[in-house]
Design a protein around this ligand. Structure first.
Ligand code: CA
Ligand code: CA
Length: 99
């Protein structure tokens, strides 16, 4: 398990993420979302245990599609919705630690 984690990109860049959405599968981009947000390490340690791992990912996944009012920490990029952008941020920091 540890070896497989070594292959994960552990970049700590804290810039927004851009996702193109083709909701009807016609090959045309219907919507482009750019969070444009900046983050602190604390923001994506959802369970506040000092590490970024599957437990944080599970929490965000559990609230997928819900609003920030359901779990303010799971809305990692603070855009009001818990969605793929928040999961992406947690994955980008997967395996990291902070103090
Ligand atoms: Ca954590
Ligand atoms: Ca969000």
């Amino acid at each position: 398990m540890k070896e497989s984690l070594n292959g994960i990109n552990r970049t700590r860049r804290c810039e927004g993420v851009t996702i193109n959405i083709d909701s009807n599968g016609d090959g045309k981009i219907d919507e482009t979302v750019n969070s444009g947000a900046s983050f602190t390490a604390y923001d994506y340690d959802i369970n506040s245990d000092g590490t970024f791992n599957i437990l944080d990912l599970i929490i965000v996944s559990r609230y997928f599609g819900k609003s920030a009012s359901d779990n303010v920490k799971a809305d990692v990029n603070k855009d009001g919705t818990i969605d793929i952008l928040d999961i992406k941020i947690v994955i980008e920091h997967f395996g990291g630690i902070h103090k």
